[in-house]
Design a protein around this ligand. Structure first.
Ligand code: BDE
Length: 145
């Protein structure tokens, strides 16, 4: 598999998520297909900023985890299978850390890498960066079928 860039139209062909729950805008998948980078541009118009928090917009950590799951899910779903949709079910999230607040104007770069594969179970390590600074990380386990 060659190095690939998936634009939003491609992402929507694979992920079942729709507004307001699409948490990545673009995806780069590296040559071996086992790691990639999901990008999310965070704007003040995000619906979640209305309540989180009214006077202090900060991206919820759980939605950063969601962005990691979608990035990892895309990598798993496209691993050796192009744009065919696959059901990726997340079973477990471990080793979560929120290191810095994510705010409007930030571009989240989610680096996700498959670290374990056994039968139909995949473990991915995800690290989210803004301007080269680590803002959050987690290890996610998913089942694919
Ligand atoms: C720091 C590290 C990782 N994730 C979030 C933070 C953080 O600074 N959160 N801050 C939340 C916050 C919420 C409200 Br309400 C508020 O008025 C302020 Br002053 C805050 O800093």
């Amino acid at each position: 598999m060659e190095h690939k860039i998936y634009f939003i139209e491609d992402i929507l062909k694979v992920l079942p998520h729709r507004y307001p729950f699409v948490m990545i805008d673009r995806l780069e998948v590296m040559e071996d297909g086992a790691k990639g980078i999901g990008y999310k541009n965070v704007t003040i118009n995000e619906p979640f900023f209305q309540g989180h928090f009214p006077e202090k917009p900060i991206m919820p950590g759980v939605l950063q985890i969601e962005a990691m799951a979608q990035t990892a899910g895309m990598i798993i779903a496209t691993y050796n299978r192009e744009l065919k949709p696959a059901n990726v079910l997340f079973m477990n999230v471990d080793k979560v850390k929120f290191r810095k607040p994510v705010v409007p104007g930030d571009r989240l770069e989610i680096h996700a890498e498959k670290v374990k594969e056994r039968h139909n179970i995949f473990v991915c390590l995800a690290k989210a960066y803004v301007d080269g600074q680590l803002v959050s990380e987690a290890e996610l386990t998913a089942m694919v079928n």
